[in-house]
Unconditional design. Structure first.
Length: 206
């Protein structure tokens, strides 16, 4: 199956998920979305208190090999059973999502551009660039409101793992990007350009 794969990376709270959602809204059923967040490794035998303290911003936290396999399967025209991650429990849930291939696949996540195996399957690589103060504020709001975490735990995690891992792994991955998009889904000009590029690909498929 001829697929057009777009990788969308960037730091926590940068707006990459919003950009992905906006593209999905504009392009509809032509798009399949894969979130790197759902590919966090499972730790069913580890107590909750230990799972909370894991470094979730290091490349080793992700089951990247599984995502590589799933992306390749979608490109072959196969349906996959993607994992579902439970952020309140800090563990992979028992559920899976059946995801069917389409003409366009969006893959988004903080470290999506940091792994060569993933980059090699992407036709376009995007890095969403947003100021650090904006990103941390968005992270706090998301984790407290949507994921049921305390403000103290969010700040502690940000200072001990999120910020240093961003500087060590996420920020350097921007050098692999074909396009740098400031402010992610809030950047209407970049969004329109990407939509036109994808629509051009879809038209050439027919």
């Amino acid at each position: 199956m001829e697929c057009f794969v777009i990788g969308i990376g960037g730091g926590t709270g940068s707006g990459k998920t919003t950009l992905t959602k906006r593209l999905k809204e504009r392009l509809g059923s032509a798009v399949t979305v894969l979130s790197y967040d759902n590919y966090y490794k499972s730790h069913p035998d580890m107590p909750y208190d230990e799972r909370v303290r894991l470094n979730y911003d290091h490349p080793s936290a992700f089951d990247t090999e599984l995502l590589v396999e799933h992306l390749a399967a979608l490109r072959r025209g196969e349906t996959i059973a993607a994992p579902v991650y439970d952020f309140k429990q800090h563990d992979r849930s028992d559920e899976t999502m059946l995801i069917a291939p389409t003409g366009v696949i969006l893959v988004e996540g903080i470290l999506i551009l940091a792994d060569e195996r993933l980059r090699s399957q992407m036709d376009v690589k995007i890095y969403v660039d947003t100021d650090a103060d904006v990103r941390i504020l968005r992270r706090v709001v998301r984790d407290v409101k949507q994921r049921g975490r305390s403000l103290e735990s969010v700040v502690t995690q940000y200072l001990t793992t999120v910020k240093p891992m961003h500087e060590q792994y996420v920020e350097p991955s921007r050098r692999y990007a074909d396009i740098i998009v400031p402010e992610g889904g809030r950047n209407a000009v970049a969004l329109d350009m990407l939509v036109r590029r994808v629509e051009h690909h879809l038209q050439n498929m027919t």
